[in-house]
Design a binder for this molecule. Structure first.
Ligand SMILES: [Zn+2]
Length: 448
């Protein structure tokens, strides 16, 4: 008996500027590149993806796999129809082949849950329903989802189990795949398909207040763990990805089994009762810099400003200059020369110019871009100034933080340039600054 496995990851920001095309899945980068069959198993095995956790657990338990395909691309705007058709057609052709072989026992799909294509608001729900249609009502189908999934009811109806990450930042991706394996195994060993109860929350939650390390996110998931331990209801909360103008956008709670309905309602009530706490007070760039400079006087530890408004991990391009202007206006680099760092600013032309100039060179450089914001006004202009090239890097970076540990990303040519005492890490592609490795490899080293 074999279990069919495949993965498809994309978080679609329908307000973003750059569409997602087939070439983005070929590169992957944020995720492993497109791969199929045995090559897919080899690429994902032992890694940090949910599919990695599933593969590792299945191989430990001696369950044979039918590997189909893996496709993942950086968050961006809507997925081109030809790209998603190509991926889904391959996956479904493999599924038909597995069914024709005659010894297929179950299906596992590693999905994000917030993908949007040019023609479909919830292509993943369509996919899971289509898989269900092809395998019939009795074969176990288990799906794992990102905590930012905009879960469609169709998906929950079609799958035996859908399981969701419980951490943001996502440090339990592989663990979620392993959890999906455990639930599939339960079904393969004869446990009946459980009923699923779901509750949609009637408001959106900003991504920046969804952290599970503290605040309402931590409280919510602690409550989930408490109820789960009591009832084995496998409770899931997808807090949703609000930057998506689709009908199924928003948080959803779902749970399984005898206590599923009361547990889902209980968790939903808790989330709703925290209504006022989910809304964070956000500082503008000038306020954040002023507060950081005050804090810096009082501590030896680094002071970190999270500039979340241009987050490449949520579909933006990481090329705006508001924070750099604020740091320059406050003379942060003159107050703390060589100890203020900004990264990653995605500007291929500036990174290339600094690379050509070489370490130690001084040159006039334009950095960043001005883009149309949601109000229609342009963001701050590019920064034009004299910079000195402090360090250069070219080539892949292995992420070494707790999220996606071991993943290889390639920001292209990188340069660390100094402007008025501020070190600016330039990259040639938009990449999350999710680990220190992202900035360290541009040549910057942490002050001792
Ligand atoms: Zn996410």
């Amino acid at each position: 008996m074999k279990v069919f496995v495949a993965g498809f990851q994309h978080e679609t920001n329908t307000f973003a500027r750059n569409p997602t095309v087939w070439e983005d899945f070929e590169v992957g980068d944020f995720f492993p590149a497109f791969s199929t069959g045995q090559a897919m198993l080899e690429r994902l095995r032992g890694g940090g993806m949910p599919l990695s956790g599933f593969i590792d657990q299945a191989e430990t338990e001696g369950i044979d796999l039918f590997p189909s395909c893996w496709a993942g691309a950086s968050p961006a705007a809507s997925i081109a129809d030809d790209a998603i058709t190509r991926i889904f057609e391959r996956l479904l052709a493999d599924l038909d082949a597995a069914l024709n072989e005659g010894d297929l026992g179950g299906v596992y799909l590693d999905l994000h849950g917030a993908a949007v294509s040019d023609s479909h608001d919830s292509p993943e729900a369509w996919l899971v329903a289509e898989v269900r249609r092809r395998v019939g009502p009795d074969m176990p189908v288990v799906v794992s989802l990102d905590l930012h999934a905009n879960v469609d009811n169709t998906l929950l109806d079609a799958a035996d189990y859908a399981v969701c990450y419980r951490t943001y930042p996502h440090i339990d991706m592989a663990d979620t795949g392993a959890r999906a394996f455990g639930l599939l195994l339960r079904r393969l060993q004869g446990a009946p398909r459980p009923a699923c109860a779901y509750v949609r929350i009637p408001f959106l939650i900003p991504i920046i207040s969804q952290s599970t390390r503290d605040g309402p996110g931590a409280e919510t998931y602690a409550f989930v763990a408490e109820l789960d331990a009591r009832h084995d209801a496998n409770i899931n909360v997808a807090l949703g990805f609000p930057a998506a103008d689709v009908a199924n956008c928003g948080p959803v709670v779902w749970a399984y089994g005898q206590h599923g309905r009361s547990d889902a309602l209980g968790v939903a009530d808790r989330i709703i009762s925290l209504r006022d706490v989910w809304r964070l007070d956000i500082l503008d760039a000038a306020e954040a810099v002023a507060r950081a400079l005050t804090l810096a006087e009082r501590t030896e530890a680094p002071v970190v400003i999270a500039d979340v408004q241009d987050n490449p991990g949520a579909g933006s391009d990481s090329n705006t200059t508001g924070m750099l202007h604020a740091l320059l206006r406050a003379e942060a680099g003159i107050l703390w020369p060589g100890r203020v760092i900004l990264g990653l600013l995605n500007d291929p032309a500036a990174a290339k110019a600094a690379t050509v100039a070489g370490i130690g060179a001084t040159l006039d450089l334009w950095m960043g871009a001005s883009i149309a914001t949601w109000t229609g006004a342009a963001s701050e202009p590019p920064v034009k100034c004299k910079v000195t090239v402090r360090a250069l890097h070219h080539g892949p970076i292995r992420l070494d933080g707790p999220m996606m540990r071991g993943a290889i990303v390639n920001p292209g040519a990188m340069a660390c340039v100094e402007v008025e005492g501020i070190l600016v890490c330039l990259s040639s592609a938009k990449r999350n600054c999710s680990t220190e490795a992202s900035t360290r490899r541009s040549g910057w080293t942490a002050p001792s």
